[in-house]
Design a protein around this ligand. Structure first.
Ligand SMILES: [Zn+2]
Length: 305
């Protein structure tokens, strides 16, 4: 069965390939082109088995799953303290070795064109975000959270954000759940960014959405080396708008302080994950509110002294 057709959610035009909407790109705006939302009305959260393949009918694909056993990541309760109590740690303790985004995009484009690679991430500019079919797997994060916190209203979900694939996928998952009446309300989504590369935080300072779409910042390397983008991918703005969410930038010092604090609690998270926890401890979350900070990768992939 062929995958469902893709359309631009911003301008409505049909789209092909993995480079987003070409019409919107000509305006300088990277817009991903997701498939239609799934209908969850016949689904029951209590028996959701978890993982991106837990409800295969919600994915724009058929055939046997290819999996390493993803999903059912445990939710770990953290003690929340007032901001300002973190120790200051120098950012120079993390080693960076990093090529430019342009070099990376060129390598990806060449691999797709000459070697027939199937792209699971973006390589065009302005970036629309990653492969719109693959991104549908991120919806399962929302399904799992709704299942695991059944009966409790999640106030906010904080997501480490660069091109906003995960943020947008979680947002789409909650939209499907809300449309089917499986959750009473959508949580606010909060994009957590390193201050040295924070296009969403910069964009949301603009009152007008048209100005937000065209925001551009300098992408400077940070300790959160998995994150970094010059422009706010439209899929992320859309997710923030729909959920009445926000974006928060965190300094390198605060990110590294959070890494240390998490390590003291037995959680080894890379700085690009710790940025979400740092935001969740801060003023973007209301006192007493149930907030989930999404961790995306282990700290063992980096070198933190
Ligand atoms: Zn468009």
């Amino acid at each position: 069965m062929a995958p469902p057709p893709l359309h631009c959610p911003r301008c409505g035009r049909p789209a092909e390939g993995f480079e987003g909407c070409r019409s919107c790109a000509s305006e300088g705006i990277g817009v991903n082109t997701p498939p239609p939302l799934a209908d969850l009305t016949s689904h029951h959260l209590a028996v959701y088995p978890g993982g991106p393949w837990g409800w295969p009918g919600t994915l724009p694909t058929t055939g046997p799953p290819v999996t390493l056993g993803e999903g059912n990541t445990p939710n770990i309760r953290l003690r929340r303290e007032l901001p300002g109590t973190q120790p200051s740690v120098g950012a120079g303790e993390l080693w960076l070795n990093r090529g430019s985004s342009a070099e990376r995009n060129a390598a990806m484009a060449q691999s797709v064109a000459e070697r027939g690679w199937y792209p699971l991430t973006s390589y065009s500019s302005p970036s629309p975000g990653g492969n719109p079919y693959a991104n549908e797997g991120y919806k399962s994060v929302a399904y799992e959270l709704a299942r695991d916190f059944a009966g409790r209203a999640i106030g906010a979900v904080v997501v480490p954000t660069s091109r906003a694939d995960l943020l947008a996928g979680i947002g789409r998952g909650f939209r499907e759940l809300a449309a089917a009446g499986l959750v009473a309300q959508m949580p606010r989504l909060v994009a957590a960014e390193p201050a040295r590369s924070a296009p969403f935080t910069a964009a949301l300072r603009c009152a007008d959405r048209a100005d937000q779409e065209l925001t551009r910042v300098t992408d400077r390397p940070s300790v959160a080396f998995s994150l970094g983008e010059e422009r706010p991918c439209w899929q992320g703005l859309d997710a923030l708008w729909r959920s009445h969410g926000t974006a928060v930038a965190v300094t390198d010092d605060a990110i590294m302080a959070e890494c240390r604090r998490l390590a003291a609690e037995g959680l080894i998270m890379e700085p690009s994950s710790a940025v979400a926890v740092a935001v969740a401890r801060g003023p973007a979350v209301a006192p007493g509110e149930l907030v989930v900070a999404v961790g995306t990768a282990t700290g063992l992939k980096g070198l933190v002294s």
